[in-house]
Design a protein around this ligand. Structure first.
Ligand SMILES: Nc1ncnc2c1ncn2[C@@H]1O[C@H](COP(=O)(O)OP(=O)(O)OP(=O)(O)O)[C@@H](O)[C@H]1O
Ligand code: SF4
Ligand SMILES: [Mg+2]
Length: 341
């Protein structure tokens, strides 16, 4: 199926007093219509910058320096601002990590929903109000009709995130970018909000880019996954395949750091070393300073992205020689480990 989003060789840099931050360095991945896709990687690997680059809402010191972002066949990178504004919200909606920063504390919920719905869905305000209430009900806000006149602080963190999901979905986007949508919430609430996201994605047949560092969430919700490391995509493929047969040493290291393996202490490892700085990042493979399989070539030459098997892609010089197989069925284990979500 033709992708709805096709990101090709995207590079985004930030210009700071200490130097140029190469936050994204030739990132390629896609999302197909109706497909939930995971974007995974440690803190600072470029997940949020990817979402913000797609919507062109980067901080002022940042810019897309190379690459293309095709959305429904249109390259968003050079789309005029006016047309880009029509894409944001209506076509592509993004939910952010912290629900409080995305809601304005001085306005009632209705004020933050009705106008934007009326604008994007081209309807009258009373119609937009009905749509807003319907959408709030859909995500499980009790007594939505009464509560829509409340202020954000009158809701719990989980309810605020539901409001943001409701607002995003009321615009009927084709693509939802959910950036760590549950990180700021309590563990029990996280599971509930994720369940809503999963249900909405399925019910509305949304294409979704789910950004997370939680592999349990990835196993439970996504069909494909793109693993990021240091501003690059190191591995891509069907989620189940990647869990059963990771081919990049970084992916394998991520699996070894899953807390559910804790019972077997001998196998629990944290990934040695630290996340690379993206000002003067490591040459060659950006993972080489932390990789136990690194050889001389790894520190010199960037590994090419090799496509193989059923829609698998990996960027590692030695992937064919390495056996990184995971013996236990981590996929099923993670997909069902609800309490760890
Ligand atoms: N405005 C900015 N100026 C300078 N560097 C920035 C800016 N915004 C992001 N970066 C850098 O870009 C890199 C990628 O950041 P990004 O926020 O995308 O990480 P992330 O994968 O979303 O991490 P997390 O899991 O912590 O949210 C980081 O090194 C970050 O420091
Ligand atoms: S290219 Fe080399 S350093 Fe990078 S992941 Fe592969 S083996 Fe490790
Ligand atoms: Mg982030």
């Amino acid at each position: 199926m033709k992708p709805i989003l096709d990101v090709q060789e995207l590079s985004t840099y930030f210009y700071t007093e200490s130097g140029v931050v190469e936050a994204l360095d030739g990132v390629s991945f896609d999302v197909r219509p109706g497909e939930p896709v995971g974007v995974v990687g440690e803190s600072g690997c470029g997940k949020t910058v990817t979402g913000k680059s797609i919507l062109r809402i980067l901080d002022k010191n940042g810019s897309i320096v190379a690459g293309k972002i095709f959305y429904k066949g249109i390259n968003l990178v050079d789309l005029p601002d006016l047309q880009m504004r029509k894409i944001r919200g209506k076509e592509i909606s993004m939910i952010f990590q912290d629900p409080m920063t995305s809601l304005n504390p001085i306005f009632k919920v209705e004020d933050q929903m009705i106008e934007v719905i009326a604008l994007h869905r081209k309807c009258k305000k009373d119609e937009a109000r009905t749509l807003a209430i319907e959408s709030l009900e859909l995500v499980g806000i009790p007594e939505a009709e009464k509560r829509i006149i409340d202020y954000p602080h009158q809701f719990s963190g989980g309810m605020r995130q539901r409001i943001l999901i409701a607002r995003a979905l009321a615009l009927q986007p084709s693509l939802l970018i959910a950036d760590e949508p549950t990180t700021a919430l309590d563990v029990t609430i996280q599971a509930q909000v994720l369940e809503i996201i999963k249900e909405m994605q399925q019910r509305l047949g949304l294409a979704m880019m789910l950004i997370t560092h939680n592999l349990g969430v990835v196993a439970e919700i996504t069909k494909r996954v793109h693993i990021f490391y240091g501003g690059r995509v190191v591995e891509s493929g069907a989620t189940e395949d990647i869990f059963l047969d990771p081919r990049h040493p970084y992916t394998r290291a991520l699996f070894d750091s899953i807390p559910s393996l804790e019972k077997d202490k001998t196998r629990l490892e944290t990934i040695p070393g630290t996340v690379p700085r993206l000002i003067n990042p490591p040459k060659g493979c950006r993972f080489h300073p932390r990789c136990k399989y690194a050889t001389e070539v790894c520190s010199r030459i960037r590994p090419p992205e090799i496509t193989f098997g059923k829609e698998r892609r990996v960027a590692c010089h030695h992937f064919e020689e390495l056996d990184l197989h995971v013996e236990e069925d981590l996929f099923t284990k993670q997909a069902t480990a609800k309490e760890e979500v």
